[in-house]
Write a protein that binds this ligand. Structure first.
Ligand SMILES: Nc1ncnc2c1ncn2[C@@H]1O[C@H](COP(=O)(O)OP(=O)(O)OP(=O)(O)O)[C@@H](O)[C@H]1O
Length: 210
């Protein structure tokens, strides 16, 4: 079975400040890794290195057996990413966006399931740019479950969600995990970590200036 995530020797510095170095990560199907640490510890930067938005100073990332640098399209096809700030394109309703994701992720028939999971009521037919942060997160988090992602990476997924949306997202993540999806997420609240049904925790400390 191909591991959803293998990272080797990840190192990232900004100037003389080292956020992490020589970091190895391995996640098997269904495993969960939670990144914790104070503000500025480097959680989002590490997530950026795992999802291709930040180039590490050293090291490699392999997603679902595909190297993020040498085979970025195949690696990204295995990945579902929920960033901390969820941006949506102009001019599309929530429904149209879900239809777009369903096509890109190769599960066009899953769109009604994702729309039900987003649970936005009549707002699903409003322009997504009018949504609150929590509504945008509901929409995109539901779309992540489309297709055959093997690794979900979520940057502070529960921030800005109300209780009902948080419970729905946790249920969706627990179900994905049971289906073999591995998860990497950053979180501040131990309750969220417990709700996922057990996870490995990686604690990042305050960055060290050389
Ligand atoms: N592009 C950049 N250039 C320089 N420094 C950066 C850059 N991006 C992030 N940093 C710095 O790297 C450090 C880690 O930032 P990061 O956003 O990864 O932390 P975090 O653990 O996600 O924080 P938070 O919990 O507040 O979201 C911070 O000191 C930040 O200022």
């Amino acid at each position: 079975m191909i591991a959803p995530l293998v990272a080797r020797g990840l190192t990232k510095r900004y100037g003389t400040t080292c956020l992490f170095e020589h970091l190895d990560l391995d996640l098997e199907a269904g495993e969960v890794l939670v990144l914790v640490g104070p503000n500025g510890a480097g959680k989002s930067t590490l997530i950026g290195c795992l999802t291709g938005g930040v180039v590490p100073d050293a090291g490699s990332v392999v997603l679902g057996g595909h190297d993020l640098r040498s085979a970025p399209l195949a690696a990204r096809a295995a990945l579902r990413f929920l960033p901390q700030e969820v941006e949506v394109p102009q001019g599309l309703t929530g429904r149209e966006l879900v239809e777009f994701y369903a096509g890109v992720f190769g599960e066009p028939l899953g769109r009604e399931r994702a729309i039900a999971l987003a649970d936005l009521g009549p707002a699903i037919d409003h322009l997504a740019t009018t949504y609150s942060l929590g509504m945008r997160k509901r929409l995109v988090a539901a779309a992540l479950t489309l297709g055959e992602g093997v690794l979900y990476v979520l940057d502070e997924p529960f921030a800005g969600l109300d209780r009902q949306a948080r419970a729905a997202l946790i249920a969706a993540l627990v179900a994905a995990r049971a289906a073999g999806v591995a998860l990497v997420l950053s979180a501040h609240d131990p309750e969220d970590i417990a709700a996922l049904g057990g996870a490995r925790v990686l604690e990042l400390g305050r960055p060290i200036a050389a």
